[in-house]
Write a protein of this length. Structure first.
Ligand code: FUL
Length: 490
């Protein structure tokens, strides 16, 4: 009852109530901090990409911009199947390649003839953006769009007129006609050779200035205020610096905002972010379930196994990043059986990794180095509620929590979460278990530096009489939402 009442009140009022009743106020934020939309986005954790278009029929990855629209003639295309399979695999949303680098549009686009209206699909009356956005709503998924800035079909690519055309495409897709869009994906590949309306040449643009990305970002946010804008440098979320789906073991959700822009690349620094960054731009790990982003018949046997997908989950979500898994649609217009079989099995393996949290305040003796006050007591880390957290007094940048069990527990994973609305703080920590009266570090083979929204530490199963986490370095008083331990179910 008390909790229900509190959840209806804004944070500021809650803080005031606690300070009036003698409790300590919440810690001051440590900047940069995420927007409310970025926190919601991070809590999605897993969502899917779909690459589909003319490349599906030409066996290409980067269409040149001159493939005929007549090739788009799937005989069984069914967006509801895509949504059903991906929802069944635990995805929280789908991002569709509404336009890839070849410039072909999967919706009837007013500014070009190089679109679905020129294809045989539904006699030129189809609109895959609409069909998928509706299927996503039906299956409780969020919907996002990939709209390539680079366009190898347009004769005017490289001129200011093209940028205007690109903006008009964004307006068409984001004006609300297709509902809410949770993420807009601005790819970094742009400029190079292409068809360009028959010019068939190489065009080079200044990646930093040509598109006027600040203007594009404000256009997107004016139309879809809750959308997260992806690019190498955000502003909503950032590329993780590789297409293998792997985040840095150290992973700050910040960048020096003015340095990174779409097309910047930054392979070395993007996996870990900038520890001294001034803008909250968390990492997203994009990777395909197959070697290519688009479907190719000869890759039907090269679909990643459930075990590989599970490993990628731990290397993305388990390292403070979101996991964007591409599942290409095949020439028939469906997600292939090999892909859906692997996806379902992966989702089951994932559930087995986290059968039940072994930690609770009930059957153990919990002690912490210090507590900030009633509202920030250590019990908050066990309550399964992200919005409550344990914190320590101001001026404290180290802390520890120790749990001694009534009887030993077997475990192979520890999950830690920081309360990120107040910033990402922890820079170094250690996880130890108690065995025959001695505290032993778990052998996870990874740097235990940052935590962020979520960090999952895996190790060979141990029989633990207790567990402790030592926060050795923090950018302010720690704010820990969750500490959980699990043992994989056989
Ligand atoms: C890359 C693109 O060039 C690929 O074709 C693909 O769309 C991938 C997700 O992003 O930069």
């Amino acid at each position: 009852m008390k909790k229900m009442f509190l959840s209806l009140l804004p944070l500021a009022v809650i803080q005031l109530l606690f300070s009036c009743s003698g409790g300590a106020p919440a810690p001051e934020p440590v900047f940069p901090v995420p927007s409310k939309q970025q926190v919601e986005w991070q809590r999605m954790e897993r969502y899917a990409f779909i690459h589909y278009g003319l490349n599906t029929y030409t066996d290409a990855e980067w269409g040149y911009g001159n493939a005929s629209a007549s090739l788009l003639a799937p005989d069984s295309l069914d967006c509801r199947q895509w949504a059903r399979v991906l929802a069944g695999a635990g995805m929280k949303g789908i991002i569709l390649t509404a336009k890839h680098h070849d410039g072909f549009c999967l919706w009837p686009c007013t500014g070009t003839d190089y679109d679905i209206a020129a294809s045989p699909y539904k006699g030129g009356k189809g609109d895959i953006v609409r069909e998928l956005s509706e299927a996503c709503r039906e299956y409780g998924l969020k919907f996002g769009i990939y709209i390539s800035p680079w366009d190898r079909n347009r004769a005017d690519y490289g001129t200011p007129e093209y940028v205007e055309y690109y903006r008009s495409q964004l307006k068409e897709l984001l004006s609300g006609d297709y509902g809410d869009v949770f993420e807009v994906w601005l790819d970094g590949a742009n400029g190079g050779n292409g068809w360009y309306g028959g010019a068939d040449e190489t065009r080079t643009i200044d990646r930093r200035t040509y598109y006027d990305f600040p203007l594009i970002d404000s256009l997107i946010l004016a139309l879809q205020p809750d959308a997260i804008i992806f690019s190498d440098g955000g502003p909503g979320c950032r590329w993780v610096g590789n297409e293998r789906g792997i985040a840095g073991e150290t992973n700050w959700s910040f960048l020096r905002g003015s340095e990174v822009y779409p097309g910047y690349h930054g392979f070395q620094e993007l996996p870990s972010g900038h520890a001294d960054g001034d803008a909250w731009i968390p990492a997203e790990c994009d990777v395909s379930i197959r070697p290519g982003w688009f479907w190719h018949a000869d890759e039907d046997t090269l679909v990643k196994t459930p075990e590989q997908l599970l490993d990628l989950y731990f290397k993305s979500v388990g390292r403070n990043a979101n996991f964007l898994l591409n599942v290409p649609v095949n020439a028939a217009g469906l997600i292939s059986c090999a892909d859906s079989a692997s996806l379902y099995a992966y989702n089951e393996l994932l559930a087995k990794e986290f059968p039940c949290n072994l930690l609770s305040a009930g059957d153990a003796t919990v002690s912490v180095s210090s507590e900030r006050g009633r509202a920030f007591r250590s019990e908050n880390i066990f309550d399964g509620d992200f919005d409550t957290y344990w914190s320590v007094p101001d001026g404290t940048d180290t802390a520890s929590v120790q749990i001694v069990f009534g009887s030993p527990k077997a475990m192979d994973k520890v999950v830690l979460q920081e309360y990120i609305p107040l910033g990402q703080r922890v820079a170094s920590f250690a996880v130890e278990y108690l065995s025959e009266g001695r505290w032993i570090p778990v052998d996870c083979g990874e740097e235990t530096t940052t935590i962020g929204y979520k960090r999952i530490i895996r190790f060979a199963p141990v029989e633990a009489e207790g567990l402790r986490v030592i926060f050795k370095e923090s950018r302010g008083p720690v704010c820990i939402s969750a500490l959980e331990a699990f043992l994989r179910a056989e």
